[in-house]
Design a protein around this ligand. Structure first.
Ligand code: PHB
Length: 595
């Protein structure tokens, strides 16, 4: 994610049609509508925007933008970085609620990942989102030449292979809506994830033969392609999005209906479209059959998935958190609570849904959020109006559009990007230098660093590798490994001409790692330089595996060891806990890059 303002291209902002037409229902909660507008613009701006950029893109008054971003920041959904608003990983709780409620990702993601490994091609899963397709999973093989989409990205159906399969089930009314959208948005401006539609349909065709207004464009033959896809049961994308990008798709059915579509995505430098089909269709068929069997199998709930809204993840509130704590049932008795004044209260309704909670009635939503029935109802009506919720016979469910609230940029955030704001915060609070490191074989590699201001500050270059055994971060990481692995790291690390080889005997090292494991922190004197003391704690993923460590480096004269443990350690632990809370949210359905 980059911190750049929204581009002011002057292009028209295409607003998607709302579910219930354009008339805002009387009960709708205005701050929730504004909050969602701000989150959508931040998502389109790749995760960060200045207040004036938001003002321009949303059409809201500056004072409203400021009030809404401040409320979203208190709720932990955005961070304020100087004047800019930046999407925070906690916002992924909303998309996670949709993905958990949908159930498909938990069952199908591992099978899609295995297919990508088997074929050595990118594989994605997409669901229908009105007349578009939205990605719910990406198992991407990084290749130099092609564009790759992110979880949550929305593409126009007619420019994709899965779109033809979904459209094979459309009613006449749905086709009419699609035609209307094409007329209203001839260049696909409402789909910021794809390049604008301007290329003639036939790749390499001589477009100068047509006057501009009559030039055939991508999607003109969509009705034939949809009929054909319905007949044969698969579809091809022959460079509909951009030159070189090809895809082969098959539907995964559940109870006779298309639940989602699996795509194998490649590049013409590897396969042309027909070659992709000839080479891979049989294996894709086998994979789809396995996916359909997996969906039929009796469901086992993920026991780690907490039902309903999660509590504030950090054990101690940080400066950006709402000191009053999260919305939750325990707050329902508070005076003034009934007054839904914040966009965050309305967004909490989305987190009432989840695993085994795909369809909820009003009473269940009110119970899970602690909102009164009237407030929960207003929030649901607002979300339905904006297309994030559908209702049928008094039962509400989330729509794929929920993924448009931050998921595309946030699902690409790396572990060091997640950690960065917390490292800065800790360094500012302690006035010490703070680093972040990940394991790299027998070494550790620094992937984040903030130097304290002042002459005594410690500098570490991001990217530097050091032997794991010799550093506090390395020991915090090694302590969680099986003993033999830790011993190997010591042997591997000391094999070279390292000056510490003689001072770390294997048995002393083992005893030290036992202590680190018991006490939960590593302390190394004289690391990097004479007179320097480093204190480090581990950072663990959702499965409890140590994936990184955070470190405070200080000169020995600054504090006694006791003061270090009494004063610095709790702060360091709180920082690790905040990073872990974000990592657990970000890593629930996406693989978080370690660097
Ligand atoms: C993708 O997953 O990137 C993808 C899938 C289907 C398409 C195009 C791209 O038609």
């Amino acid at each position: 994610m980059s911190s750049r303002p929204l581009p002011s291209t002057g292009r028209t902002v295409v607003r998607p049609a709302t579910a219930a037409g354009s008339v805002v229902p009387e009960e709708a909660i205005t701050p929730l509508i504004h909050g969602i507008a701000v989150l959508r613009r931040l998502t389109e701006a790749d995760g960060a925007a200045s207040p004036s950029g938001l003002e321009r893109a949303t059409g809201l008054a500056r004072s409203t933008v400021d009030r809404i971003t401040a409320a979203l920041a208190r709720g932990g959904y955005v961070r304020l970085d100087g004047r800019d608003a930046v999407l925070a990983p906690r916002l992924m709780e909303l998309g996670n609620a949709y993905l958990a409620a949908l159930r498909l990702p938990r069952v199908l993601d591992p099978l899609a990942d295995a297919l990508a490994d088997d074929l050595d091609e990118s594989v994605s899963l997409a669901v229908r989102d009105r007349d578009g397709v939205r990605f719910i999973h990406q198992a991407t093989r990084r290749r130099a030449m092609s564009l790759s989409f992110r979880v949550g990205d929305l593409l126009p159906a007619e420019r994709t292979a899965p779109g033809a399969l979904f459209a094979s089930e459309w009613t006449e009314e749905e086709w009419a809506r699609w035609r209307e959208r094409r007329t209203a948005d001839p260049e696909d401006r409402g789909f910021p994830a794809v390049p604008a539609r301007s290329r003639p349909y036939e790749t390499g065709s001589d477009d100068s033969a047509f006057p501009a207004a009559q030039r055939p464009t991508v999607g003109d033959d969509f009705e034939q392609r949809a009929a054909e896809a319905g007949r044969v049961g698969w579809a091809l994308d022959d460079q509909l999005i951009e030159p070189g990008l090809v895809a082969l798709s098959m539907p995964v059915r559940e109870a006779g209906r298309i639940a989602c579509v699996v795509n194998v995505v490649s590049h013409t430098s590897r396969h042309d479209a027909a070659g992709l089909r000839d080479a891979l269709l049989p294996r894709l068929r086998t994979a789809v059959a396995a996916m359909e069997r997996a969906l039929e199998a009796p469901d086992v709930l993920d026991v780690r998935a907490a039902p309903g809204p999660s509590p504030t993840p950090s054990p101690t509130p940080g400066p950006t958190e709402d000191p009053a704590g999260p919305a939750g049932p325990e707050r329902s008795m508070e005076p003034g609570w009934e007054f839904v004044e914040s966009p965050v209260r309305g967004l909490t309704v989305i987190t009432a849904f989840g695993e085994g909670r795909g369809e909820l009635g009003l009473a269940a939503v009110a119970r899970a959020t602690g909102l009164s029935r009237a407030s929960a109802h207003s929030a649901l009506i607002t979300l339905e109006h904006l297309g994030y919720v559908t209702t049928h016979d008094g039962v509400f469910r989330l729509t794929p559009r929920v993924l448009g609230l931050g998921f595309p940029p946030l699902s690409r955030a790396s572990l060091s990007e997640i950690a960065a704001p917390y490292l800065t915060e800790l360094s500012q609070r302690l006035q010490d230098s703070v680093s972040f490191a990940v394991p790299a074989g027998d070494e550790i590699q620094y992937t984040g660093h903030v130097s304290a201001r002042g002459a005594m500050s410690v500098h570490v270059t991001v990217g530097t590798r050091l032997p794991a055994y010799a550093t506090a971060v390395g020991r915090a990481i090694l302590a969680d490994l099986p003993e033999t692995r830790a011993a190997e790291a010591l042997a591997g690390g000391t094999a070279g001409a390292d000056s510490r080889a003689d001072v770390i005997a294997p048995e002393r090292f083992r005893a030290e790692l036992d202590r680190v494991r018991t006490d939960g922190y590593a302390l190394v004197e004289g690391e990097l330089a004479q007179g320097l003391r480093c204190l480090a704690v581990p950072v663990r993923d959702r499965d409890g595996r140590t994936v990184a460590a955070v470190n405070v480096a200080m000169h020995t004269g600054r504090r006694t060891v006791e003061a270090c443990v009494d004063d610095v350690l709790p702060e360091l632990r709180a920082t690790a806990a905040r990073i872990e809370a974000d990592l657990h949210i970000a890593g629930r359905f996406s693989r978080v890059r370690r660097t």
